[in-house]
Design a protein around this ligand. Sequence first.
Ligand SMILES: Cc1cc2nc3c(=O)[nH]c(=O)nc-3n(C[C@H](O)[C@H](O)[C@H](O)COP(=O)(O)OP(=O)(O)OC[C@H]3O[C@@H](n4cnc5c(N)ncnc54)[C@H](O)[C@@H]3O)c2cc1C
Length: 526
Amino acid sequence: MSRRLKHWGWGYEDQQPAPEQVAEIALGLRAHLGFEPADVDQPVPLEEVQLRPPRLEAPGELEEISASDDYARASRALGKAYRDVVRGFRGQFDDPPDVVCSPGDEEELERVLDWACSADAAVIPFGGGTSVVGGVEPRGLERAVCVDLRRLDRVLEVDRTSRAARIQAGATGPGLEEQLREHELTLRHFPQSFEYSTLGGWIATRAGGHFATLMTHIDDLVESVRALTPAGWWESRRLPGSGAGPSPDRMLIGSEGTLGVITEAWVRLQDRPRWKASAGVLFDSFAAGAEAVRALGQSGLWPSNCRLLDEAEGALTMAAPDGKALLVLGFESADHPVDSWMERAQELARDHGGETSEPKGEGGDSVGTWRNAFVQAPYLRDSFVAGGIISDTFETSITWDRFEEFVSDVRARTEAAVAEVCGTGRVSCRFTHVYPDGPAPYFTVIAPGRRGAEIEQWDEIKRAASEAISAGGGTITHHHAVGRDHRPWYDRQRPEAFAQALAGAKRALDPGWNLNPGVLIEADRM
Ligand SMILES: Cc1cc2nc3c(=O)[nH]c(=O)nc-3n(C[C@H](O)[C@H](O)[C@H](O)COP(=O)(O)OP(=O)(O)OC[C@H]3O[C@@H](n4cnc5c(N)ncnc54)[C@H](O)[C@@H]3O)c2cc1C
């Protein structure tokens, strides 16, 4: 049997530790966090899960590319947010899709979409299923067809001259990078979910990647997009830039499966970097580090990595000594050595009280420790769930003039909610991306949960945090998308006239309102 992804958590089934290892890891985590030991739970095996019977059957002509077995449906029923992992772990799949279709080419996709629309079913485009905002969950839908795009996984064309490639939407990070390697090119878009998320998912959610400055979002890497809508094909022209009216690319970028199914895109590539330098800079406080980051963000140096960890985050990942904030700084280039850029960046950091160390080629010491913690975090989260520990993140962005008050308010209100709901716990913050006019703060909450009530507890904490973000004028999401979970705050954030315009566009492209209903916009807008 081929290797299968877990139906509930992060990674493959064969990566799930044995029950005794789960217990050991979970107890170790509780001890590291200073929480009392608790019983360790084990995930409910798929054989014990009772799924609602499918309410829809694929027609014979789609039989070969359709599945309605428990694994197919359960593994596409939820995304990968903390609340999804908890539900999957407990075998709670209330709204699985009725049918999962996996088209292998555009003609098969056309047939799937025709059938699903004529059957009046909801159609949920599915990439890697790593959504953390309920973006792929058929929540409350009457009939739902999941369209899994991962068979569309090839790099179709490489234009070496313009340094761009046409890539199918279902290609995962490692899949597309491996195919680009033979051309000595790279997309260098590495979200933390890189291993399993897909190009189509990145475009549909405006994902944020590896670069902490300059080319932060996938938006910056997209040259043109091709998508199938119920009203027909949508393909934008390949251009390095254009001033011809509102952008057809931009309309699809961030559309979260509500306007069309993205099948491929031309993306801007880079030569593989030959020169790299990274260094950790320690600060006495997060506020001092933030001042240095502002100077760096406005310097025109454009570091590829510029991630500032507050004292709590530095301690949690064991990347920084107690009481210190850590700035992880990196530069890379395929064209030239980057030492002078690093030297100038370190000088700027020292001007703001930073303690610098010798830069490393690939990042050792604190930088390596932080990177390792970053890559391992999603795997560890499954063990957090087993150990009854609430662990999730939320993120935003804000301009520098409001940053200090904003972060301290969001932190205080989230901490208050954690204390009220869980008794104790930690809220930490880091910057994931930095712009000349402001940072993207990213918060992590870790707290002991009450068995069986973890989701309600987390929802309450998240609600308090979202209210604080909204009240402070930040965005409800910098790169995690809107999905179903961020809707109340997204609805407040966008101008009303824009909501009307978006509903009008949806009605034109998707008159039956089949594509991912409940995400971004409500049917009753028209
Ligand atoms: C541990 C972890 C770390 C993460 N780190 C990051 C990060 O660093 N940066 C970041 O931006 N996000 C991150 N995310 C969130 C998530 O990985 C991103 O939103 C990602 O872009 C989703 O890609 P996917 O292929 O998994 O899409 P899915 O989860 O399958 O889908 C997400 C949304 O896009 C739509 N969609 C998917 N494919 C298509 C398509 N081909 N056409 C039309 N619509 C489509 C879906 O309908 C859904 O609304 C993280 C998530 C987890 C669990």
